[in-house]
Design a protein. Sequence first.
Length: 158
Amino acid sequence: MSFIKLNQMQRINISVSLLLFLLLIGAASVFGQQMDRKTYDSKSDSLKTLKEKLTEQNTASHAAIDSLKKYISKLDDLTQKCKHDAAVMKYGNDIGTRVYEGRVWKGMTESMLKDSWGKPDKIHTNKYKWGVFTQYYYGNITYFFKNGKLIDWQQNSK
């Protein structure tokens, strides 16, 4: 995180430097006739040096951003692999892979659906003498469970 804040500071420094550069250019155009050649050359050289430094900082910032993008991509890949491996460890290779891929099938458990699709938007449970009926709502899809096993699902048109 501190690296990202450093990049933000660099961007602020670049913005301030460019603003100063533009102000100096404006001042030079307004007062250019009154400025002697030596002063003009000195200011021109300092502005060129400033421009070179800003260009270097800009290049370094872009390189750092590109590096962070690659790092984020690697982290995303590792996260997906960990999610797959966790599902396989919990449910076995075949079922774990199906859970990781987000597949749904009759007979899967409530736990499998939550591990696959995440926390539902809403859960409704009814308990009767002959069993527990639970409905999981994910957007416009409702999943119906009897005693913890998926028995059916329905997609509602909205």
